[in-house]
Design a protein around this ligand. Sequence first.
Ligand SMILES: Cc1cc2nc3c(=O)[nH]c(=O)nc-3n(C[C@H](O)[C@H](O)[C@H](O)COP(=O)(O)OP(=O)(O)OC[C@H]3O[C@@H](n4cnc5c(N)ncnc54)[C@H](O)[C@@H]3O)c2cc1C
Length: 397
Amino acid sequence: MNERSDKRPAVLVIGGGPAGLMAATQLADVAAVTVIDQKNAVGRKFLVAGDGGFNLTHSEEDEAFLSRYDSEYVRHAVGVFPQSSVRKWLASLGIETYVGSSGKVFPAEGIKPIQVLNSWLDHLKEAGVEFKLKTRLIDYTDHNVVLSNPAGVITLSYDYMVFAMGGASWPKTGSDGKWMRVLQDESIELIPFQASNSGVQLANAELIRRHEGGVIKNVRVKTLSGWSAGDIIVTHYGIEGKPVYAANSLVRAGEKLCIDLKPQMDEVALEEKLRTAKNVREAFKKLRIPDLIYDWLKSEVPKETFTDPAALAGVLKGFCPAITGFRPLEEVISTVGGVALSGIDPDGKLLNEERIWCCGEMLDWDAPTGGYLLQACFSTGYVAGNAIRRRILNGEL
Ligand SMILES: Cc1cc2nc3c(=O)[nH]c(=O)nc-3n(C[C@H](O)[C@H](O)[C@H](O)COP(=O)(O)OP(=O)(O)OC[C@H]3O[C@@H](n4cnc5c(N)ncnc54)[C@H](O)[C@@H]3O)c2cc1C
């Protein structure tokens, strides 16, 4: 058992991703905070997010921004600590940001993701936050955690604890979802992980063979709440792109993925064009429908449909290709599943625990990529940290 020399309340943050680090940030001046992570460095997935465009948040207006989230829990947290607060906080670390043409918020030109992380970590270390790396949570009780590290198994006591152990994509970053085994004995409702912000695998190998790398521009894909417009990219396994990601929740609900391949025209006008052309190929040329779509439909739609103008117009407005599922969790941008939201209060406190809060992607919420995921992690870490902070300042232990 550890001997504590610091008489301030002890807060353990399990998981050093953006959610856990943000909770630690809120507590550093009122508690003895230790961030525990199973990897040899914190923020691994945060850096992976920085490998492509590093969308730290998005500049969208509040109402539209909040509509990106599927749960009141995240909307509440983002309302408390919105995108403008994230940008102000980053500026306080010396990280200026700018809004790209897409509305996404990036670190100012020349600032690398590792600099963002290091500025944050420097701030935390200066504030006295300690880090225990290569240390994994394997069990916990009301006041103690059992941790495994290269030296063996240790027990630490805590007054408050924050779980921020992430989802289950990109396990090499430490987000392996194995913490589910630790929590499953604690009567906490856990929901199996599923892919989110994932491409979908197509049954049609012929399309992939002929058109891998091709882009289908300006289509829209059916989602749970309407349609999502954008471009679709043909990959080595199927299709991906913003509208495909947006349809993930519909596919997870067991429905077909359906694409409107000609959103600019209605079915009647399309049928007319198809009927008056010499053949389908000529009609597609006049309609500026690319060969890729011609090949895709020809190889997937029954011949009778392909040659019937009315039926083909219907397919162009709602083409539902045969899919075989999502990409493996190891490859996807995020996951849904984890701790059920029914098991926490609005600030993330576990209802069946008095001293434990959860935050970040380990909870069962969903959002599109493009800054919304990190924003949710910052915001939920912020509200969890502040809920504990309030208790500490009120002298509640
Ligand atoms: C390729 C890719 C690109 C992305 N791009 C973007 C983007 O541009 N914009 C955006 O908003 N989001 C993006 N994301 C998503 C974003 O990175 C994640 O949503 C975010 O990192 C989740 O933060 P978190 O703190 O909840 O968990 P994580 O960042 O996953 O951190 C969890 C931490 O917990 C630790 N841990 C797990 N189990 C234990 C245990 N038992 N004991 C101790 N430690 C443990 C892990 O080692 C890890 O460090 C991207 C993700 C990927 C994979």
